[in-house]
Design a protein around this ligand. Structure first.
Ligand code: M6R
Length: 589
């Protein structure tokens, strides 16, 4: 949450900062701001709202910092927008300073007056107080007093061409291009700007000065780093329509790219663990958690080994029964989600082996895991996860197949069918006309249910999450068999119920549930790949999914639901790319 960027350029850096902030905007869009340093003075422009709100005549300076905010302390406002300035310093911050109230009180007692309600302003005022002519030393001394999480980028009006940054539990990466040096919260935001990148680890500082990037420890000693080439972004950045629509359209290609990468992945380094791990856990948040649950279904179904799937936010605080010799699979598109990272760290600290599945190869999670499966969904800009979910499922099914191979010396029968998924995903686009009609019909609904059994519950839960997240409609993904244990009471005339029934053995059971809700007035829609199941259904509308083997069906069955949510959002008058209150990368807990 919150995007920070800093740039030292051979020429004016204003446009570069703004372009970077545009790419960072999915981290927060409550406010945006920049500070540029020129002739020992700061030019600051900051405002509530998105980056487009601060565009205008370029500010002057070859050194600058920028920020896109997801509000934590202090409501979205011009005053609370970053950068914050105190004396000779300007600062942007991502994270939460947990001891901000105590520090603020101390500083106020020393005569400081605060201009904002943010925790971040405490940092810049502390730096200004501690400054005795050494910019880096003042930042390092201030950081030593902070508790919580931070990635900061700081300018000092005494130091042209210099930016000092620090990282503690919030992502920070340095990037180099021919004409500029960068620091940034996100690798994808440097795509197209920097050619080489190197991420900072917790406790490290980055100083850009005299045309060079240096990684330093708190004493100012240089830490050697290797820069890697930034892979070109396969972003759905071209084309028309929302990013979300373009990202749904990119699912087949993302699956192709991910499958090709999986086929190149050498699992030998983790063979011993896959073969012999004691307990297997899967941890993730939100959409990635639904993928983790589908992984549980696949491993339990194919390998016959239990998988304990937990929301990462619960795992890390429930004293989980994880220990030496266990395997923890951590799933995260961004690889920066605070709870997933902390869950992985806890697992490692207890001696477990962590295998991550991420979309960002150099992300914190990928770096800290013992083994990383890098999916190739390409940059995902819309806050609502779509193509990354389909690719997470693909990676996790691939992993389940490896577990099967290492434990049972055979691959599951469906392993050979993974290659059919991109074409099946394309075929699922055939459902979109019908989803448009359904969205038009249901746009005024007060709420809706998505139901299923077995792995279809994962699809139902993901469909419901999408509708909540972007169409701002109450929706719940539910086990079909659980409805009559209380929830059925909410069904009344016209209440929409979407049922996903892709397991032939369970289709009749699902049909029975549909009959029960239909007879209480629900408007029902059934999704299945089986013609006979659809033909015999009492549903008001049916949608035929492409024929894919049942185990792999979640990769494809979710696509019409992703699109439906997107259309509901647009028809209800909202922006699918920037849902209220949310940001893409949840780097605070
Ligand atoms: O980057 P991650 O996969 O770790 O993100 C986890 C969730 O925050 C994310 O999937 C979220 O639920 C999506 N915005 C839902 O569309």
């Amino acid at each position: 949450m919150c995007g920070i960027i800093g740039c030292v350029s051979k020429e004016n850096c204003y446009e570069k900062l703004l372009a970077g902030m545009k790419r960072l905007e999915y981290r927060g869009y409550d406010s945006a701001g920049v500070a540029l340093l020129s002739d020992g003075k700061f030019a600051v422009r900051k405002r509530r709202g998105g980056v487009s709100g601060i565009a205008g005549a370029p500010l002057c300076g070859d050194t600058g910092i920028g920020h896109t905010r997801w509000a934590t302390h202090g409501k979205p406002s011009d005053r609370n927008a970053h950068p914050h300035v105190a004396g000779k310093f300007a600062l942007v911050h991502n994270g939460i300073v947990e001891n901000h109230a105590r520090l603020r009180a101390e500083l106020e007692a020393e005569g400081e007056s605060f201009l904002s309600e943010t925790d971040s302003e405490v940092i810049v005022r502390l730096i200004a107080r501690l400054y005795e002519g050494d910019f880096f030393a003042a930042v390092a001394a201030a950081c030593a007093r902070l508790e919580g999480s931070y990635a900061i980028a700081v300018l000092c009006s005494d130091c042209p061409g210099e930016i000092v940054c620090a990282r503690q539990k919030s992502p920070l990466v340095a990037g180099a291009a021919e004409d500029a040096l960068y620091v940034c919260s996100d690798i994808p935001a440097l795509c197209g700007a920097a050619s080489y990148i190197a991420p900072a680890a917790d406790g490290e500082f980055i100083r850009i000065a005299e045309g060079k990037i240096a990684f330093l420890d708190a004493q100012g000693r240089e830490i050697p780093k290797t820069f890697s080439r930034v892979e070109p972004c396969a972003a759905a950045e071209t084309g028309t329509g929302s990013f979300m629509e373009r990202e749904i359209a990119a699912i087949p290609r993302a699956l192709e790219d991910t499958l090709a990468a999986l086929r190149r992945t050498d699992f030998a380094p983790c063979a011993r663990v896959l073969r012999g791990a004691g307990k297997i856990f899967a941890v993730a948040c939100g959409t990635a958690l639904h993928a983790a649950l589908a992984f549980k279904d696949a491993v339990e179904g194919e390998v016959g080994v239990p998988v304990l799937a937990h929301p990462a936010s619960e795992f890390r605080y429930r004293d989980p029964l994880v220990g030496e010799g266990d395997l923890v699979v951590a799933v995260s598109q961004s690889g920066e989600t605070a709870d997933t990272l902390e869950a992985a760290r806890l697992a490692k600290a207890r001696g477990a082996y962590v295998l991550s599945v991420t979309n960002i190869a150099h992300s914190s999670l990928a770096q800290e895991a013992d083994f990383n499966i890098a999916m190739r969904a390409g940059a995902e800009i819309a806050v609502a996860a779509t193509k990354s979910y389909n690719c997470q499922l693909l990676c996790l099914y691939y992993l389940a197949a490896q577990l099967c191979f290492f434990r049972k010396t055979r691959f599951p029968a469906w392993f050979a069918e993974l290659g059919t998924l991109p074409a099946a995903a394309r075929e699922a686009f055939g459902c979109f006309a019908q989803m448009n009609e359904l969205a038009a019909r249901l746009q005024g609904a007060q709420g809706m249910y998505f139901i299923g059994r077995d792995s279809d519950v994962r699809t139902a839960a993901e469909g419901a999450l999408k509708v909540k997240e972007i169409a701002y409609l109450f929706a719940e993904g539910y086990c079909a068999g659980e409805l009559k244990h209380g929830t059925l009471a909410l069904i009344e005339e016209g209440f929409p119920v979407f049922a996903v029934a892709t397991r032939r053995a369970l289709a009749k059971k699902c049909e029975n549930t549909l009959a029960e809700v239909s007879s209480r007035g629900a408007y029902t829609v059934l999704f299945s790949q089986y013609e006979d199941v659809l033909a015999e259904s009492c549903a008001d509308a049916v949608c035929r999914l492409p024929a894919v083997c049942e185990r792999l069906m979640p990769v494809v069955a979710v696509i019409p639901l992703q699109y439906f949510a997107c259309r509901m959002c647009v028809l209800r008058g909202y922006d699918p790319d920037k849902p209220r209150n949310l940001a893409k990368s949840v780097t605070v807990e």
